[in-house]
Design a protein around this ligand. Structure first.
Ligand SMILES: Nc1ncnc2c1ncn2[C@@H]1O[C@H](COP(=O)(O)OP(=O)(O)OP(=O)(O)O)[C@@H](O)[C@H]1O
Ligand SMILES: [Mg+2]
Length: 363
């Protein structure tokens, strides 16, 4: 049977496309599936996160320009049943090369149709922005997953991404299905909840039940060049990725059933978790857990990615605003109450204030 090709796409950068792709890949393998990851990003983040040196000689670029076939460049990863079509830095120049070719938006479709990939799932990690590579991914995929992070800009990313998917559905790939929207890097505060609720309300059942929490273990794992599901299978983010994969598999089984296709059952969650634990034990023996400055830098980098380059004052300002939103306080009413209190205290004079403090036991 042909593999189910899933593109992981959002035009916005830094919202966990690569983290979702790599963890989805190892979790699918843990559920007993065979997987191929396609790294379509010249940054090579998913190649690196799968423990592969991005300086491999040949990769996706060579496939796109016809210098190689899939079997020449596909490589096994250290994780059972997961292989990768790696990215190389030369991929950055692909736009110009492809623009010279005919039917360049379907290059990946043609490449994949030349050979029966021996895999149940193909996961395509897309670069941010809408260029020729994501268009190729969406043209070749049966389904697309959109990771979304509930920052004040989350809606912008979605508003730019959904029309791009529609554009592909109306022309290049009429059978492309929006498999689901996944909330990622979820901060645990009321503002995040509100943004998520708003998007859930708009998109209904398209949004996966599982949400991936913000978890420093993911950053540690990325710094050690491993998916968090291998780095620490019991961390909150790893368990959420496992649950999301289960949900994604359920959706696929239901979608296939509608087309009268019966997919083989997947192994139970406990078994999948046990597989991740086993692989983790094997890999973590050789891994130095990153600490100190490098980790702090990565965390600061993530903050900048999510919230922009704000000065400490701007951050304080934002925190104050969030405090008022979270606690349902009206700023004007709050300031008026403070002025009233100060007025009363001034009116009472020093003696009056002393009396008040004594009466309330504060003096
Ligand atoms: N659940 C999480 N908790 C904490 N940090 C996370 C989480 N998911 C991802 N990150 C971190 O957020 C950063 C961006 O993630 P990632 O590289 O997966 O995003 P991306 O969308 O692929 O980025 P790009 O658009 O640059 O390709 C990384 O440093 C990653 O380690
Ligand atoms: Mg990425």
């Amino acid at each position: 049977m042909k593999p189910y090709i899933v593109a992981v796409f959002n035009q916005k950068g830094g919202i966990s496309k690569t983290t979702t792709s790599t963890n989805l890949a190892v979790c699918l393998a843990a559920y007993g599936k065979t997987v191929v990851v396609i790294d379509l990003d010249s940054q090579g983040d998913s190649t690196k996160s799968m423990g592969i040196d991005p300086n491999v000689k040949r990769g996706i670029y060579d496939l796109f320009v016809g210098n190689a076939e899939v079997n020449d460049i596909i490589i096994p990863t250290p994780f059972e049943n997961v292989r990768i079509l790696p990215s190389t830095y030369s991929l950055a120049g692909i736009e110009i090369r492809l623009s010279e070719l005919k039917d360049s938006q379907r290059t990946l479709v043609h490449i994949l149709s030349r050979l029966e990939l021996d895999a149940d799932y193909v996961i395509v990690d897309c670069p941010p922005a809408l260029g020729i590579l994501p268009i190729n991914a969406l043209a070749a995929a049966q389904a697309v997953i959109i990771p979304v992070t509930a920052t004040p800009y989350a809606n912008d990313g979605l508003m730019r991404t959904l029309p791009s998917i529609k554009y592909v559905q109306e022309g290049l790939n009429k059978s492309l299905l929006l498999q689901g929207v996944l909330f990622t890097i979820n901060d645990n505060n009321k503002t995040t909840r509100k943004i998520n609720d708003l998007i859930r309300h708009r998109l209904g059942g398209t949004v996966y039940r599982t949400e991936i929490p913000r978890d420093n273990m993911v950053i540690e794992a990325a710094t050690a060049r491993l998916p968090v599901c291998i780095y620490d299978p019991h961390s909150p983010a790893a368990l959420a990725h496992l649950d999301f994969t289960g949900e994604m598999l359920d959706r696929h089984i239901k979608i296939a059933a509608k087309a009268s296709i019966t997919l083989p059952p997947v192994c139970p969650r406990e078994q999948a978790l046990a597989n991740l634990e086993r692989w983790s034990e094997r890999h973590m023996v050789n891994v130095d857990r990153p600490t100190g400055d490098r980790l702090r830098q990565k965390k600061a980098q993530l903050d900048r990615l999510l919230y922009g380059d704000r000065t400490p004052f701007e951050r304080f300002h934002l925190d104050v605003i969030h405090f008022f939103i979270d606690n349902r306080l009206y700023l004007v009413a709050f300031i008026a109450a403070v002025f009233l209190l100060v007025g009363i205290l001034l009116g009472m004079g020093v003696g009056g204030v002393k009396m008040l403090l004594q009466a309330t036991g504060l003096m």
